[in-house]
Design a protein around this ligand. Structure first.
Ligand code: PLP
Length: 399
C-alpha cells in the first residue's frame, strides 16, 4: 500500500491539513520583525477562547513536557507540598517533574482507565491542609480517559481556595470545551502537535492573574522556561529566544482553519469521531479500556484480547496503511489506541474501522463485513443529531 501516505491515527503527532504543511515550508522570517509580531499576537489572542481565559498566554518552543516543566518551575519552590493526581502515564510524568525539582509530592494513583474522584481529592486535601499546588491531567492520553475538571476544580476550590490548580491539557485543549477562568483553574498547558493540527515543537501555557503573581516568589531554578520572560517579550511581539518559526507558521494556519470551522463545530466533530471510534471498536469485539462515563473525546483505548499479539496485529494494520498507537508503559501489549484529534473526520475514523474489519476477516475472526463500520457511522450520526435516534446520546455529555 505504499501508493498512499500512512493514515496516521495516533494521539499525537496528528496528521496535518495540506495548508498547514505548506505553511511549515515557508521561507524563514526575522523573528524580531513586524510579520512575526503579528503572527504571535494572532496566536496568543486566538488561543484564549479555547483556554477559556482572558488572562495571558505564553508560547514556548518545546515539547508538551517542556510546558509541564514550565508549569512546575514557575509556580513552585523546593519543599512545597504538591498533590499529584495521576490517572495514567502523563499524570505520573507531571508529578515526577515536580519531584525532580524538589517539590514534596504526594500522589493519588487512580486505577488506570478510571477518572479521578472529586471525593477522594477533597479528602486528601482535608487530611493534609496546605498543599501549594494540585496537579491534574485533563485528558489522559495513555488510558483514553477525560477527567471531569469542573467538579475536580470545585472540590479543590472548596477545600483550599489558595492552592494552585495546574492542569495538563496537552491532548485535550482545542478539541473539547475548556473554561479555565470559570472553573477556577490556575494554569493550563497544551501542545502544538495534538488538537492544533501542527507539527510538534510549541507548548502554549495560560496562567491566571494570581499564578502570574505567584511566579515572582517561586524559587525553583529556571532560565529558558521562565514564563515571565516569555510574557514580557510577547508585549513587544517577540519571544525571548529564537522560536520554532516553521511550527509557529503552522499553528497560525491551524488556528485560522479552526476559527473558520468554529469552536462548537470542532467540539461536535471530536465528539462524533469519539462516538464512532467507541462503537466501531466495540462492534469488532474490543472492550473499551476507559470507564465509558469518562471516555476521552480525542483518543480511544481498547483492550487487546487474550492471545492477540500486538506486534502481529499491528503489522497487519500497518500493511493497510493505518498507523495506530500501542499501549504506554505498563499497558504495552495490553491495549491499543486510536487517536481522533486535530485534523480528523468521521469518515476517516470509519475508514480505520473498515481496515480493522478487513484485518479481522483476514485473520479468520467471525465478523460481519460492514457491521462495525455501520455501528461507527450510526454512533457518529447519533452524536451529530442526524437521522433516526437523534439526540439520544453524545450531545448531552457535559464538559
Ligand atoms: C502528548 C502529551 C504530553 C507530552 O507531550 P510531548 O510533546 O510528547 O512532551 C503530555 N501530556 C499529555 C496528556 C499528552 O497527551
Amino acid at each position: 500500500m505504499d501508493r498512499f501516505e500512512p493514515n496516521l491515527r495516533i494521539p499525537g503527532p496528528t496528521a496535518l491539513p495540506p495548508s498547514v504543511r505548506e505553511a511549515g515550508a515557508r521561507q524563514m522570517i526575522n523573528h524580531r520583525g513586524p510579520e512575526f509580531a503579528a503572527m504571535l499576537e494572532r496566536i496568543l489572542t486566538g488561543m484564549k477562547p479555547f483556554f477559556g481565559t482572558t488572562s495571558d498566554v505564553a508560547m514556548l518552543s518545546c515539547a508538551g513536557s517542556g510546558g509541564l516543566e514550565a508549569a512546575v518551575v514557575n509556580t513552585l519552590s523546593p519543599g512545597d507540598r504538591v498533590l499529584g493526581v495521576s490517572i495514567g502515564s502523563f499524570g505520573d510524568r507531571f508529578a515526577k517533574i515536580a519531584g525532580v525539582y524538589g517539590a514534596d509530592v504526594t500522589k493519588i494513583d487512580v486505577e488506570w482507565g478510571q477518572a479521578a474522584d472529586p471525593t477522594v481529592v477533597r479528602e486528601a486535601l482535608l487530611a493534609n491542609p496546605g498543599y501549594k499546588a494540585v496537579l491534574l491531567t485533563h485528558n489522559e492520553t495513555s488510558t483514553g480517559v477525560k477527567n471531569p475538571i469542573p467538579v475536580l476544580a470545585e472540590a479543590v476550590r472548596d477545600v483550599e481556595p489558595d492552592t494552585l490548580l495546574l492542569v495538563d491539557s496537552v491532548s485535550g485543549l482545542g478539541a473539547v470545551p475548556f473554561e479555565m477562568d470559570a472553573w477556577g483553574v490556575d494554569l493550563v498547558v497544551t501542545g502544538s502537535q495534538k488538537a492544533w493540527m501542527a507539527a510538534p515543537g510549541l507548548a502554549m501555557i495560560a496562567a491566571s492573574p494570581r499564578t502570574w503573581e505567584a511566579m515572582a516568589s517561586a524559587t525553583m531554578p529556571r532560565f529558558y522556561l521562565d514564563l515571565r520572560a516569555h510574557r514580557d517579550a510577547a508585549v513587544n511581539g517577540q519571544t525571548p529566544f529564537t522560536p520554532a518559526i516553521a511550527v509557529v507558521y503552522q499553528v497560525d494556519e491551524g488556528l485560522r482553519l479552526m476559527n473558520a470551522e468554529g469552536a462548537a463545530s470542532i467540539f461536535a466533530r471530536h465528539e462524533a469521531c469519539a462516538a464512532a471510534s467507541r462503537a466501531g471498536l466495540q462492534a469488532l469485539g474490543f472492550e473499551l479500556f476507559a470507564d465509558e462515563r469518562f471516555a476521552s473525546r480525542t483518543v480511544t483505548a481498547v483492550k487487546l484480547p487474550e492471545g492477540h499479539d500486538w506486534k502481529t496485529f499491528n503489522g497487519a494494520i500497518k500493511r493497510h496503511g493505518v498507523v495506530l498507537a500501542g499501549g504506554q508503559g505498563k499497558l504495552s501489549g495490553k491495549i491499543f489506541r486510536l487517536g481522533h484529534l486535530g485534523s480528523v473526520t468521521v469518515e476517516e475514523v470509519i475508514g480505520v474501522i473498515a481496515v480493522l474489519e478487513t484485518v479481522a476477516l483476514e485473520q479468520g475472526r467471525r465478523v460481519t463485513p460492514g457491521a462495525a463500520v455501520g455501528a461507527a457511522f450510526a454512533a457518529a450520526a447519533d452524536a451529530l443529531g442526524l437521522g433516526q435516534g437523534a439526540g439520544t446520546s453524545g450531545a448531552g455529555v457535559p464538559a
